[in-house]
Write a protein that binds this ligand. Structure first.
Ligand code: AHM
Ligand code: MG
Length: 336
């Protein structure tokens, strides 16, 4: 990117259409709508403290978790925009029990999976949160869409990305040809290319994990966390621990600086906490496109065949060499 050149997300997508014809048509319109959703959620997040939309909505979602008002608002924004355009057949959301069928989308090609507002425990304390999206194509235009279309493995994602509402708001996405990041210039309300062709370092010195659960982890993960804290000047250990409890914020930092994020299985939660469709697959697609790696510890995240909408999976994601090291320790312990 030449210095002083301003490339908006819309311009970037228009240019991509020439390079990658599949981005044309309804996919680019879905991007336009996600961008609009991001701006609307950004507006609400920024003024949440002023207009009494912080706090709990008073209901629980399918996972039995309390919903925040902003969770509900963000979920509605995405679905409303998709309903209006008719470019998606349906939306599956972390916040909804069932599939949301878009009234104008019966003949559409795409399926949208969203976590409309991830890390919502951070809303009330003004820490970074994010929206996550992932797009799949229906398997055949000749048959009605069914579970097979909606529950495809992550390797079939057509696009994925996130919006981080941090000190600045950023839109980071991939369509399978690298990862690009755009920062919202709120004086003109446009996402402008700020992080072209993001590549994550192959190794890093940051580890992000909820250490409060350490005693419940697999012995291989415990060994890895202790290894991160061990002393070795050449290997830049001890590593720095950085964990805010907001996947997008932890992931985004590690993506740019090099590092690893772990939400492993615990004794109480043998499949971990994070959801395959809404959180793990999109982040796995992004990290792989940036040169990193995402695994359960024994399987590539994007190769998991989903069996239900709200399925959870352990997630170990980040710089390739760091993820490899965890996999090595896990398999060593398994062999003993
Ligand atoms: P959420 O989708 O209900 O917000 O939960 C997902 C979040 C992630 O953003 C974050 O990394 C993780 O849960 C934190 O969980 P914990 O508080 O158990 O460490
Ligand atoms: Mg979430």
């Amino acid at each position: 990117m030449e210095k002083n050149t301003i490339v908006t997300l819309n311009q970037f997508i228009a240019d991509q259409q020439n390079q990658f014809p599949f981005v044309k048509g309804s996919l680019s319109r879905i991007f336009r709508d996600i961008q609009l959703a991001a701006k609307m959620i950004n507006r609400d997040v920024r003024k949440a403290g002023l207009i009494d939309i912080l706090g709990n909505f008073g209901e629980t979602n399918i996972q039995g978790e309390e919903q925040k008002k902003l969770d509900v608002i963000s979920n509605d924004v995405f679905k409303r925009l998709m309903d209006m355009s008719g470019d998606c057949i349906c939306v599956v959301s972390e916040e909804d029990d069932d599939i949301h069928w878009c009234p104008n989308g019966a003949d559409a090609k795409y399926i949208l999976a969203i976590d409309p507002l991830d890390g919502s425990s951070n809303i009330d304390v003004n820490a970074s949160i994010g929206s996550i999206f992932s797009i799949y194509k229906r398997l055949s235009p000749d048959k009605p869409v069914d579970n097979e279309d909606i529950m495809q493995a992550g390797v079939n994602q057509v696009a994925a990305g996130y919006v981080i509402y941090g000190t600045a708001t950023m839109f980071v996405y991939t369509t399978g040809s690298g990862v690009n990041g755009f920062t919202l210039d709120d004086s003109i309300m446009e996402f402008c290319l700020s992080h072209p062709e993001i590549k994550t370092p192959q190794n890093g010195s940051i580890f992000s994990v909820n250490e409060g659960n350490l005693n419940e982890f697999h012995p291989g993960v415990i060994e890895y966390v202790n290894w991160c804290k061990g002393n070795n000047k050449e290997e830049k250990r001890p590593y720095s621990a950085r964990y805010i409890g907001s996947l997008i914020a932890d992931f985004h930092r590690n993506l740019l600086k090099g590092g690893i994020y772990l939400y492993p299985a615990t004794a109480k939660a043998p499949n971990g906490k994070l959801r395959l469709l809404y959180e793990c697959n999109p982040m796995a697609f992004l990290v792989e496109q940036a040169g990193g790696k995402a695994t359960t510890g024994s399987q590539r995240i994007m190769e998991i065949q989903p069996e239900n909408l709200h399925q959870r999976t352990p997630l170990i994601i980040g710089s390739t060499e760091m993820v490899n090291q965890v996999e090595r320790l896990l398999s060593n312990v398994a062999e003993q």
